[in-house]
Write a protein that binds this ligand. Structure first.
Ligand code: ASP
Ligand code: MG
Length: 406
């Protein structure tokens, strides 16, 4: 007997028929003698519709009422799944965030979970009942409903798994695992049997959309074993686990890409202390996240060119802020470029193997693909290239690192 948390995403609960299918999946774990808690997200498209309605009602909306509206999608899914479970003879009860309770901070629209009291859930499971918990929501210190940010129900599931000390958190989604690269682009991509928390965290934050980044962070901090698998077929998924559970030694485990990048270049910026702070200060104040940064000394030796990236959604705002400070910053030109993509190769093996970056640079050079910006971390090398080369770059890199299925 084990205690398991199962999480079903939007497409898995897309309609009443699929919810029935999910109920049978849950029943299988119950019949195997396990204690099961389930977390659901809203039925496909529902959250988008709710967000749209909020925007129609008020462009500059109150975050508390945004949460009151968008949290409802999960309530419907949880109630329907509890009904479907009861219909096939499984004792089940739905729970909203506040009923568990799942306590969060007061950052409405992007709240963080602060604590979960597992008492009620443990009691229900011990009594043979399946709690069906609405994902993506909690209750804040002001006793109002909060939501965790888009895609947040993965985080709910991992947090519940940590709170009830579950053996495993199974995340059922519309892909059947974590691949070495996006299989829609790289047909030779392989499904990974296991991946480490660290690698998954980099993959998620560098653009792979399998798991919500914060859920991986939470799994890593609480050592929750997470399995990503499909609700539509029975193939084994991918286990996200501790490094010491990985047998196979790989240098590179996966390649991620993100099109949500925009590049900004300032030319002939004075080369003196305080200039970088003057440029990035106003951006930070406006909550604009800057990702990659390079600075080059220009030919005259007195000024530098500075290039950095932000998300595409932040590009206009960034340009505005910097244009308004032209006199103060004294740059000559301000050049935006939204047609870029960031490609990242990721693997814990990089810690002990040299030459990973070099392979990347050589492989791209052989195809005539120019690298615009580079950044690295202990287990990751990222490059910024022109968007038109995305597919080609991913395929040649996948081959170069020996990741292709044979
Ligand atoms: N329903 C929420 C969203 O669409 C949460 C989730 O799907 O994880 O963002
Ligand atoms: Mg989702």
């Amino acid at each position: 007997m084990a205690r398991i948390v199962q999480k079903f995403g939007g497409t898995s609960v897309g309609d009443v028929e699929r919810i029935g299918h999910v109920a049978r999946r849950v029943k299988r774990e119950v019949d195997a003698g396990n204690e099961v808690a389930v977390v659901v997200s809203a039925m496909t498209g529902v959250t988008n519709q709710l967000v749209e309605r909020v925007r129609e009602a008020a462009r500059l909306h109150d975050a508390r009422e945004y949460d009151a509206v968008v949290a409802t999608g999960e309530q419907v899914a949880a109630g329907l799944l509890a009904l479907a479970l009861q219909a096939i003879g499984v004792s089940a009860r739905s729970f909203l965030g506040w009923q568990v309770p799942i306590l969060t901070d007061d950052a409405h629209g992007r709240a963080r979970i602060q604590s979960i009291d597992p008492t009620l859930l443990l009691q229900r499971m011990a009594d043979g009942q399946v709690p069906v918990i609405a994902g993506f929501q909690g209750i804040g210190p002001d006793r109002r409903i909060t939501t965790l940010g888009r895609g947040g129900s993965d985080t709910t599931a991992v947090a519940i798994a940590a709170a009830v000390a579950a053996e495993r958190c199974d995340i059922y989604t519309d892909v059947d695992g974590v691949y070495t690269c996006d299989p829609r682009i790289v047909t030779k991509a392989r499904k990974l049997a296991r991946i480490t928390y660290e690698e998954m965290l980099e993959l998620a934050s560098q653009g792979a959309r399998v798991l919500h980044t914060r859920s991986v962070e939470m799994a890593m901090n609480h050592r929750v074993r997470v399995q990503v698998l499909s609700s539509f077929d029975d193939s084994p998924g991918t286990l996200v686990v501790d490094e010491d559970e990985i047998m196979e030694q790989r240098t590179v485990s996966g390649i991620a890409y993100s099109r949500d990048e925009a590049k900004v270049t300032l030319t002939h910026v004075a080369d003196r202390p305080g200039v970088a702070a003057a440029i990035f200060g106003p951006l930070a104040d406006a909550s604009i996240n800057v990702d990659m940064i390079v600075q080059n000394v220009s030919a005259d030796g007195e000024t530098t060119d500075l290039t950095f990236t932000v998300t595409r959604a932040d590009l206009d705002k960034t340009m505005q802020l910097l244009q308004a400070r032209q006199a103060e910053l004294g740059y000559r030109a301000l050049l935006p470029d939204p047609k870029v993509v960031k490609i990242s190769v990721i693997g814990i093996g990089m810690r002990s193997h040299a030459g990973v970056a070099l392979t990347m640079f050589r492989t791209l050079a052989e195809r005539g693909i120019n690298i615009q910006v580079i950044s690295t971390s202990e287990i990751k090398v990222s490059v910024l290239i022109a968007e038109e080369y995305t597919e080609l770059a991913l395929r040649v890199l996948h081959t170069a690192y020996g990741l292709d299925v044979t």
